[in-house]
Design a protein around this ligand. Structure first.
Ligand code: ADP
Ligand code: MG
Length: 447
């Protein structure tokens, strides 16, 4: 239960935000939020939004800011979460004071629109989808745990929650949590000497869904506890589903026994979507959010976004908001104008210099070495990755790349690209490294 002090803090944080942003933006989005006093704690702030559009707009634009304002007010920076619920539910309940105290419906943190029906299947995610579907049909039975991994915004949380939603509809008790919340919860119960309650909570559910387990890295005490939770649940054939940004083998600072257990069931990867899949995802999001766009606008959006589907809802909200404001239809010219800024930001973020400095840091090779003709193994390795990522993530042409990397001409670049494609097919470690670096480079830095 939220403590008394915590009751109004959420609302006053939103008030603070009011001074910092435009009135239109405030009225359109922030005003629609409701602070979840019951569910929030000093390290976790939950807000309810009336629909996915508002929720996602807040998530993409404001959670960092909101967390920061909390920190100013309370000294603690919470994890800020936004979920969908229609307003007034608590008021309706309160309006019936004579009713016997009914058990409060447990608020589920599952996003109701994260369903299998709303998930677009393409070559990039087919395998993970099929695995998730089977798990939802036979929980605890075939693949336990199910481990889904892949880059940011590729649909891991969506798929995991789709299973959760199916099970929850069957009346099963489902716990969905991020590893950060799990760690926070653990620390809090440890401090309050209420570990029994912690154990009860996590060991007595029918399905435990834990998101982003790479953050367990180096948290030894929690790993220990998590290990026992895992063992208990698995012995009782309760379903465990985990996601991470990389393969269990690649998660540094994770106990070997956990790594091996994560592979006991099925490890499924999600790859970046092909253009067709991106287009289909955008169409799906339009349908869910009741935004209508012409095909050329949809195609345009598909080409400007990176592989991260999370951008889509932000873009739709933006287009929708502007169109309403200007009383204009969303034509391709209109979309280009509105999204120019977005495109610019993306291009500015991912420059060849940024790619080089990231690779150089991660692989411990100097940029000058990467651009040199040095043939030692680790440098050739770094150079290949740099050429590949520059080609994938920047608008640089083959001749430009040849010049930048001191190669003879564009055929030399295309030769290298071929070699890399081959490696991606045959060398699992190389593939994982490329994925990891792509993630690092394409994920906006927070702060
Ligand atoms: P991740 O957890 O891998 O970072 P999410 O599951 O949060 O990614 O997905 C980001 C957004 O993109 C969500 O709104 C999700 O619904 C959407 N999304 C991603 N992949 C798909 C897909 N294949 N079909 C429909 N929506 C998708
Ligand atoms: Mg996720």
């Amino acid at each position: 239960m939220g403590d008394y002090y915590y009751m109004n803090i959420g609302q006053s944080v939103l008030q603070m935000l009011k001074d910092e942003i435009s009135e239109i933006e405030y009225n359109r989005y922030i005003k629609q939020l409701q602070f979840a006093t019951e569910e929030s704690r000093s390290d976790f702030a939950l807000f309810f939004a009336p629909n996915p559009l508002v929720a996602n707009w807040i998530k993409t634009k404001y959670t960092d800011k909101i967390a920061h304002l909390f920190e100013i007010k309370t000294g603690t920076k919470p994890t800020v979460s936004v979920t969908i619920r229609t307003r007034n539910t608590p008021e309706t309940a309160a309006a019936a004071p004579t009713a016997a105290p009914i058990e409060k419906p447990k608020h589920s943190l599952l996003n109701p629109s994260h369903t299998f029906e709303n998930f677009v299947v393409g070559g990039s995610n087919q395998f993970a989808y099929a695995a998730a579907k089977s798990v939802s049909e036979k929980p605890g039975d075939i693949y336990n745990p199910l481990f889904i991994y892949g880059g940011v915004g590729l649909g891991k949380t969506h798929l995991m929650q789709a299973i959760g939603n199916v099970l929850q509809h069957q009346g099963k008790s489902v716990i969905y949590t991020s590893i950060e919340q799990f760690v926070n919860d653990f620390t809090r119960h440890l401090r309050n000497q209420t570990m029994d309650r912690f154990k009860d909570k996590y060991r007595k559910c029918d399905a435990l869904l834990i998101d982003d387990v790479q953050f367990l890295s180096n948290k030894n005490q929690t790993q220990e506890e998590f290990f026992h939770t895992f063992e208990t649940l698995r012995n009782e054939r309760k379903q465990i589903i985990l996601t991470a940004d990389k393969h269990p083998k690649q998660i540094a600072g994770l106990e070997e026994r956990l790594k091996s257990r994560f592979e006991w069931g099925l490890v499924a990867d999600i790859q970046p979507p092909e253009l067709e899949t991106k287009i289909a995802i955008i169409k799906k999001k339009c349908e869910i959010n009741r935004v209508s766009l012409t095909n050329d606008v949809i195609n345009y959006i598909a080409t400007i976004i990176s592989n991260n589907a999370r951008e889509i809802e932000g873009i739709l909200s933006k287009l929708h908001a502007y169109a309403q404001l200007m009383h204009m239809d969303i034509s391709i010219e209109f979309a280009k104008n509105v999204l120019r800024e977005q495109l610019q930001e993306q291009r500015d973020n991912i420059t060849i210099d940024y790619i080089m400095s990231t690779i150089s840091k991660e692989l411990n090779v100097k940029p000058s070495e990467i651009r040199s003709k040095n043939r030692s193994r680790n440098i050739v390795y770094a150079r290949r990755i740099a050429i590949y990522l520059a080609r994938e993530l920047t608008p640089m042409s083959m001749p430009q790349l040849a010049k930048y990397f001191g190669m003879k001409d564009h055929t030399a670049v295309s030769h290298t690209m071929k070699k890399i494609q081959e490696l991606l097919k045959n060398d699992e470690d190389f593939k994982v490294k490329i994925e990891e670096l792509t993630n690092k480079i394409t994920t906006p830095q927070i702060g």
